[in-house]
Design a protein around this ligand. Structure first.
Ligand SMILES: Nc1ncnc2c1ncn2[C@@H]1O[C@H](COP(=O)(O)OP(=O)(O)O)[C@@H](O)[C@H]1O
Ligand SMILES: [Mg+2]
Length: 223
């Protein structure tokens, strides 16, 4: 993204003149205190918000001024775990994951197999027939991650994906994300959990007051 600013209200900036490049296959942590602009940055990449200024180039296209009709195509290649999980409350846990694959036109047999596999990986296979709202916050977060990873997206955007999880689950979920990264998915994880950042030793973009304060290269994985 080039010289991107985002202002929700006149005279205030959620992001100010942010220029950064993330390469295909990279794994990047986005850190910074509450209000720094982390969620805003992720939303811009998903075209959930438009920048007030600047360009956001994904695969050679400026998505800052995308036609509405082009947004679904963009989003099909992006997996997201936002903090308001946007789960379908009237559909089962299993359906929430399966629908992401139906949208991509996958074969029913593959959908069943992959959905089961993903729910197993996030430790929710025993809950697959439940409704999302009958599960805990951490469990809902894991459904959202399973759904986001279902289509093996080119880009995964995760906003505090371990925010509601205890330490053991946090590591399992992060390992799942690292696994997706190892298979070629570009990953951006917003977090204020510095122990995560230290443990995984990836490139870290530190935001403060809407600006990039530091862009620290990967320290080398410590697994
Ligand atoms: N929809 C919105 N309307 C008005 N202000 C917003 C909105 N979303 C975020 N902001 C403001 O933008 C700034 C950055 O917020 P956010 O991107 O959520 O930061 P972070 O995720 O790092 O906590 C904050 O000052 C926040 O209050
Ligand atoms: Mg946030």
């Amino acid at each position: 993204m080039y010289h991107v600013s985002k202002s929700y209200l006149p005279g205030t900036f959620a992001l100010r003149d942010v220029t950064l490049e993330v390469h295909k296959g990279e794994f990047v942590f986005l850190t910074g205190p509450s209000g720094a602009g982390k969620t805003t940055l992720l939303k811009l990449l998903f075209a959930a918000e438009q920048p007030s200024e600047g360009q956001i180039v994904l695969r050679g296209r400026n998505i800052a001024r995308l036609r509405d009709s082009a947004i679904p195509g963009l989003r099909r290649r992006i997996g997201v775990v936002f903090q308001d999980f946007k789960l379908l409350t009237r559909r089962s846990v299993e359906d929430n994951v399966a629908i992401a694959l139906e949208v991509l036109g996958r074969h029913p047999r593959e959908i069943r197999r992959r959905t089961f596999g993903l729910l197993k990986q996030v430790g929710l296979q025993h809950r697959r027939h439940h409704l999302p709202l009958s599960l805990s916050g951490g469990e809902q977060q894991r459904i959202a991650l399973a759904r986001a990873l279902a289509g093996e997206p080119e880009l995964l955007l995760a906003d505090e994906p371990t925010g509601n999880l205890d330490p053991d689950l946090t590591l399992e979920i992060m390992d799942l994300i690292a696994h997706a990264s190892a298979r070629g998915t570009t990953v951006i994880v917003a977090t204020h959990d510095h122990s995560l950042v230290e443990r995984y030793g990836r490139r870290t973009l530190h935001l403060e007051g809407g600006r990039v304060k530091e862009d620290a290269a990967a320290a080398g994985p410590r697994r």
